[in-house]
Design a protein around this ligand. Structure first.
Ligand code: SF4
Length: 388
């Protein structure tokens, strides 16, 4: 069977957070747009399934956004049912939804769990109310705690929690306090994100105008290192640059991305990657709905990656896994000697103390972890020798 994962993008949020550049929309008034988007996603799911061969199995489904829990449990279940009706979903499939504490309650979680969602990824970001306000989040620390308890009471046994660091005005002790609170709650999985200033966001404009100060690089690195120490001591396995899990609870869906595996994306702006072709769906919900109704080509960006680009991307995302990348496996997958192909880049990174290579396994060093994006970017440079 050929595994193809599924991503569903729900592009609605209650409020647009100051740092976020995702494809999201806030609705000023009650509207049927979310429901119409749900219906369009369901018809796109059906249309995509018709184009695939029958040997496809779906090992993971991930509802992200935006805010999936902006939708009602019935609307979320309707999409999940459309996937089940049109694809062969593995019996042990990991079915995750992101959840925002501001749009979640016990009833919604209960209903979602009954419908087959078995993992929740809760966007807590911080347990500090002042920082949550700075970020424009719609919830408080207490509401985040209630959402996490509600998720447990609803029966979720696989809960992930997101935290952010390098926030404006954030002190080390505030960061460590948020980490401690997270550890006390004992979620199965924790993701950590350092704030980045994305073009077009309010934070970026404020920063450019000198009205937003972020912790410096040294503090950011210290926050990250402190988090690694605290989470590892609490029994979490650091398995990807930004991700930690209790044993056996690593995110199977995200592992598909880190292995540069195949997935289909549904919903406005969702990306798909199949057979070396990557395309992005129409971003604007109204246009998405209209194109779905006409069964028109949904792709607004569409490219088939040359072999050397696909290899470079696999290196870039794969190096983020703490277990490393097997150059033997990659050589077999891309039918070339990857070690020779990247010999200059590998030598450069090794001499800089950023990677190790043992028995064909390439890994980030502790120093490399701190600059993982730079290391990954090295593989996008000009290849050591001609095209693959
Ligand atoms: S809730 Fe999440 S997706 Fe929505 S605006 Fe905030 S950060 Fe972006």
């Amino acid at each position: 069977m050929r595994p193809i994962s599924i991503y569903i993008h729900i592009p609605f949020c209650e409020r647009h957070c100051a740092y976020c550049d995702f494809n999201v929309y806030t609705l000023k008034e009650p509207s049927d747009l979310p429901l119409r988007t749900v219906n369009a996603i369901c018809s796109e799911v059906k249309r995509a399934a018709l184009k695939l061969t029958s040997d496809v199995v779906v090992p993971t489904i991930f509802f992200g956004g935006g805010t999936p829990t902006y939708l009602s449990a019935d609307e979320l279940s309707k999409i999940l049912q459309a996937v089940r009706d049109n694809f062969r979903v593995a019996t042990d499939a990991e079915i995750t939804s992101e959840a925002n504490p501001g749009t979640s309650d016990a009833d919604k979680f209960m209903h979602m769990h009954q419908q087959g969602f078995n993992r929740l990824s809760v966007g807590v970001q911080s347990f500090n109310n002042g920082l949550l306000k700075v970020l424009d989040r719609t919830h408080t620390a207490r509401e985040a705690n209630s959402a996490l308890s509600a998720a447990r009471s609803a029966g979720f046994k696989n809960i992930s929690l997101d935290l952010m660091f390098r926030l404006p005005g954030q002190e080390m002790d505030q960061w460590e306090q948020s980490l401690q609170e997270a550890v006390q709650i004992q979620p199965q999985h924790i993701s950590l994100y350092g704030l980045t200033l994305e073009p077009g966001t309010r934070f970026e404009r404020l920063h450019a105008g000198g009205r937003l100060t972020l912790p410096d690089e040294e503090t950011e690195a210290a926050m990250y290192e402190s988090a690694i120490g605290m989470l590892q001591s609490a029994g979490y396995h650091h398995y990807e640059v930004s991700n930690f899990a209790l044993p056996g609870f690593e995110s199977r869906h995200n592992m598909v991305y880190w292995n540069n595996g195949e997935y289909l994306g549904f919903g406005p702006g969702a990306v798909s990657y199949i057979d070396g072709r990557r395309w992005k769906a129409e971003r604007v919900p109204l246009r998405y709905i209209e194109k779905a109704a006409r069964a028109a080509n949904m792709a607004v960006e569409d490219e088939t990656l040359p072999q050397h680009s696909a290899l470079a991307e696999t290196m870039m995302v794969g190096i983020r896994k703490l277990d490393g990348l097997s150059l033997y496996d990659l050589s077999a997958r891309y039918s070339l000697d990857v070690e020779t192909y990247y010999r200059h880049e590998l030598a450069h990174l090794q001499s800089g103390g950023l990677i190790t290579m043992q028995h064909g396994i390439l890994k980030l060093t502790r120093r490399g972890l701190l600059v993982a994006d730079l290391v990954a970017g090295e593989f996008m440079g000009r290849p050591s020798q001609g095209a693959v």
